[in-house]
Write a protein that binds this ligand. Structure first.
Ligand code: KIV
Length: 273
């Protein structure tokens, strides 16, 4: 018996599939977070999240880098395998890293194969140039679901002049609306809007036949995504305007480890016989 049939019969949460994500357009907002390891994936499995992204933000969160450019397909594949082992219910999406989409078909299709074989159920690709949309079209027509990503696309951070809000003004708004429409035509099942001006995010959401998932783009999208470690407050110094710390785990972790150090030093842990 398949997992889906099994879970539905036993009243557990239903496995989220690409078709469920598409069906949420204009409905209850989609909930999404990033995840990079099995420990957190096990915890996220206990929640009601719809979608997990193994994002190339792992370059910041897991590798301590200051951009996503150094992340390789083997890095994303490794973290996707770790998450896939502990995750059953949310849709698992893996990020296609820098220098793949838009560079060469061979590179992108071999990366896509690697990520799907690692346990991803869909891929996310940054950008919406004609070349990238042509490649997305080939992937989607061969059964690989693709999530688009426009607005602030971190793999192009140097060309964009830094991490800044995108889509301000009439012309920029029209450009993003056209990009979203191209991605829909190429077969994307959803589109991430990162750091997009809220009025423009609303225009893109209204013009797009598939759900938009926002990060730093206001409350107008069909869903929201955040980086897990950011929203859990594991680095309280990182507080861009759009971010909410839903917990302050940095304090919890530092407190617990400091208590451990004190107790070991004073020989109160482990407790004697
Ligand atoms: O890499 C990532 O985590 C992302 C999300 C922030 C959308 O692209």
């Amino acid at each position: 018996m398949s997992y889906a049939a099994n879970s539905e019969q036993s009243g557990q949460r239903k496995k989220r599939r690409v078709t469920d994500v598409v069906a949420r357009k204009g409905g209850a907002p989609l909930t999404a977070l990033t995840c990079y390891d099995a420990t957190f994936a096990r915890l996220l499995e206990k929640t009601d999240l719809d979608l997990i992204l193994v994002g190339d933000s792992l370059g910041h969160v897991m590798q301590g880098g200051d951009s996503t450019l150094s992340v390789t397909v083997d890095d994303v594949a490794y973290h996707t395998r770790c998450v896939a082992r502990a995750l059953k219910t949310p849709l698992l999406v893996a990020d296609v890293p820098f220098a793949s989409a838009g560079f060469s078909d061979e590179r992108l299709f071999s990366d896509a194969e690697k990520l799907m074989r690692s346990g991803a159920e869909a891929l996310k690709i940054e950008g919406a140039s004609l070349e990238i949309c042509r490649q997305i079209s080939r992937l989607t027509s061969h059964g690989i679901p693709v999530m688009g990503h426009i607005g602030l696309v971190p793999q192009s951070v140097h060309a964009l002049g830094g991490y800044r809000v995108q889509g301000r003004g009439e012309e920029a708004q029209q450009r993003l609306v056209s990009e979203a429409q191209r991605l829909v035509e190429a077969g994307c099942f959803s589109i991430v809007l990162e750091l997009v001006d809220e009025t423009t995010a609303a225009a893109v959401t209204n013009a797009s036949a598939v759900p938009t998932i926002g990060i730093g783009s206001g409350n107008v999208c069909d869903g929201q995504i955040l980086v897990l470690q950011d929203m859990l407050g594991l680095n309280l110094d990182f507080k861009p305007k759009f971010l909410k710390h839903f917990a302050q785990l940095e304090n919890e972790v530092v407190g617990a480890v400091s208590t451990y150090c004190r107790e070991v030093a004073s020989r109160s842990f482990p407790a004697g016989k």
